[in-house]
Design a protein around this ligand. Structure first.
Ligand code: PLP
Length: 207
């Protein structure tokens, strides 16, 4: 067993040296969290309903599926808008929840193109809007301009009670406060939810 583990560790070390693209943290210091590593934590089902599987961390983790579900619950006939750079979980949510979804074109920076967004909103002025805003898209790291998205909605005639914004901050939102001139993601703005991934820059092992 020792030699199997040693070989496996060696291959992990080797692969880690040449790993590109996925922004995880290797400066692990679990501190107070190390006491949680002896449990089989699993977040099955609806994060806000107590399930039979009691070993979970749902009080801390919900994600894109939940954010978009809240939007759909607020606006059952709402249309989901998301840039074509959005994570697949966003389009998966649209299929799961049977929501009409408009894919919005992106700029060269891969952030959402607000002219195309405006044009698509104008086609569906009679339906509320549910918008996924990327704060760091997977692979290309595009950050949508949250303020411009809100402005575009307002200018197209969507009052604050006719839209719901979910920010997919899985990749970058935890570091935005430390980046000069980065868009501010704040619940002082008319947004409904933000998702973050603990296992990326923070470096939580699970779930
Ligand atoms: C932009 C973005 N959204 C969502 C996800 C999914 O996050 P999680 O794996 O924490 O569910 C990822 C993960 O790779 C991502 O990069």
């Amino acid at each position: 067993m020792a030699s199997v583990l040693a070989r496996y560790r060696k291959s992990l070390l080797e692969r880690t040296k040449h790993h590109l693209g996925y922004p995880y943290n290797l400066d692990f210091d679990y501190g107070a969290l190390s006491q949680l590593q002896h449990f089989s934590i699993n977040n099955l089902g609806d994060p806000f309903i107590e399930s039979n599987y009691g070993v979970h961390s749902r009080q801390f983790e919900v994600g894109n599926l939940h954010g978009i579900l809240v939007g759909r619950e607020v606006f059952p006939d709402g249309i989901l808008y998301a840039s074509c750079e959005s994570h697949y979980s966003v389009f998966k949510a649209a299929r799961m929840y049977r929501m009409d979804c408009e894919k919005v074109n992106t700029l060269i920076s891969r952030e959402i193109g607000c002219e195309d967004f405006r044009a698509k909103l104008s086609l569906h002025k009679d339906k509320p809007a549910i918008i996924n805003v990327n704060i760091g898209s997977t692979v290309k790291g595009a950050v949508d301009d949250l303020d411009l998205v809100i402005k575009t909605l307002e200018e197209t005639g969507f009052k604050h009670d006719r839209f719901y914004i979910h920010c997919d901050g899985a990749l970058f939102v935890l570091m935005m406060p430390f980046v000069k001139l980065a868009p501010k993601v704040s619940f002082k703005k008319p947004i409904g939810s933000v998702s973050v991934s603990g296992h990326k820059f923070v470096g939580c092992l699970m779930p």
